[in-house]
Write a protein that binds this ligand. Structure first.
Ligand SMILES: [Zn+2]
Length: 131
């Protein structure tokens, strides 16, 4: 009878040790998952870098279609110097710079088509556009 009780308490001690081990393993796994999620979040942040976001949009079919429509709407006229551009030359300028607004600068209302040289001469200065 005593032997049986001893045996049982050994059993439950083993069981308890096993549970402690499992808890330690789960803790470690939880930490790994957390680290993975944090790494993924970090990566996600660089994916929404405003300049990269703009480049991706410009390359997308939506961006391409917008640029084409905008060029036609503006009749090929540069919004800065009011002279004609070649469609292949036109570049998209941010009126309010990314430097100032970050991802919020990436809105079509904030875009103007300009000559590359006009874009360069403005840089990140904020200028008034007539249209
Ligand atoms: Zn121009």
């Amino acid at each position: 009878m005593l032997g049986l009780i001893d045996h049982m308490s050994n059993d439950s001690a083993d069981k308890e040790n096993e549970l402690h081990r499992e808890r330690a393993i789960l803790r470690k796994k939880g930490q790994d998952v957390l680290e993975n999620v944090e790494a993924a979040l970090k990566k996600g942040k660089t994916a929404t870098d405003p300049r990269q976001q703009f480049k991706n949009w410009l390359r997308s079919s939506e961006g391409q279609a917008w640029e084409k429509a905008e060029f036609q709407r503006r009749k090929g006229i540069c919004a800065y110097c009011n002279t004609l551009m070649r469609e292949a030359d036109a570049v998209v300028h941010h009126v309010e710079p990314i430097k100032k607004l970050g991802c919020n600068a990436n809105r079509v209302e904030n875009y103007r088509l300009l000559h590359p040289n006009c874009n360069l001469s403005i840089g990140t200065k904020i200028v008034d556009f007539l249209f």
